[in-house]
Design a protein around this ligand. Sequence first.
Ligand SMILES: Cc1ncc(COP(=O)(O)O)c(C=O)c1O
Length: 421
Amino acid sequence: MGAEPHYGPDFGQLRRQDPEIAQILLDELERVRGGIQLIASENFTSPAVLAALGSTLTNKYAEGYPGRRYYGGCEVVDRAERLAVERARELFGADHANVQPHSGASANLAAYAALLQPGDTMLAMALPHGGHLTHGSKVNFSGRWFDVVSYGVRRDTELIDYDEVRDLALRHRPKLIVCGATAYPRLIEYTAFRGIADEVGAWLLADMAHPIGLMAGGAIPSAVPYADVVTFTTHKALRGPRGGAILCTEELAGRIDRAVFPFVQGGPLMHAVAAKAVAFGEAMRPEFADYTRRVIANAKALTDALAVDGMRAVSGGTDTHLALIDLRATGVSGAEAERRCAAAGITLNRNVIPYDPEPAAVTSGIRVGTPCVTTQGMDTEELKEVGALVNRAVRQPGRAREVRERVSALLAIHRPYLSEY
Ligand SMILES: Cc1ncc(COP(=O)(O)O)c(C=O)c1O
């Protein structure tokens, strides 16, 4: 009998050979199946994505790009990368795509390396107002190597203050303006950012790590026509493998490619590149467009349900997959709410709110998101109930067991990695 044409993960072998690690895999699956995951930056990849990730492509060294590698034997993995690039370009209508960044942070590092020199000025959203570490935090390379000017949201509307962005741009003349955030629930006005960048002669980078999946499904407007460079992660609402990618104009293609390799990275993770191609293929399907619309509808239902119970949504609501919730009316801190929800089987994260009086380890807020629960098949009625359960878990910790029972009942219908995709 000939060998099987495919060779993939053998969990039985892992269990026999390394029971400690096998048990960790089982425990993590059990954790995910046993609670409601409201972490806005997570999702459940499809079995097809997992199959590509668990493939022998992980073995191949392929420094360089398809057709111009620094290793032999790349003719097969070249096909995977070409497909990933073609699908990314088609999905997002971009001139050029680089699918090699290992993560969102690596994608940003490469984009900055392509456009800036150390000491150059960049303008980006402040971390306490929703920006990401890689947007100029002092504890990150971005804040150490560049002269970073930060913009924020207005105190009254909690929306990006475009007047402030323009004033800062005119005053500091940044070489790069970054839009995009990690905890901003509203749509970003790309036309305003493009206009400001043009006025001061700056590049515009849209870090779409969070909403890229919604862009792929057409549920929110695309940043691609406005930004010179779009960086993103593939593992959030987009539902692909953990990783990053970059889209850019034809003009910047060579600079971006040289910045990713050889400047920032060595060999690409070809199993992850293949898995990104699978995810892009899935995101092109009509079902994915429908999924992204349901993600937003679910986020709105959850946010509305929380608001009924006095948990105010920062900026008054959401247009995306996530919401930032101000807990001050409950008298419970973000850190305590995170703990109480965990005890009741609901996983979410504490998050600073704009102008937060509490430090980052405590916070006055939580961030909630619906990519996971929507992948599981929950609908707006169920998200209303999830909102009521979060409220009960936060305000009445003594009722954690009762909340956990309702969580289990919901999960009995919608269990990840048991129901159909
Ligand atoms: C806006 C933004 N940029 C970059 C990143 C970094 O992505 P990664 O964690 O893959 O490095 C994130 C992750 O949360 C993000 O939200």
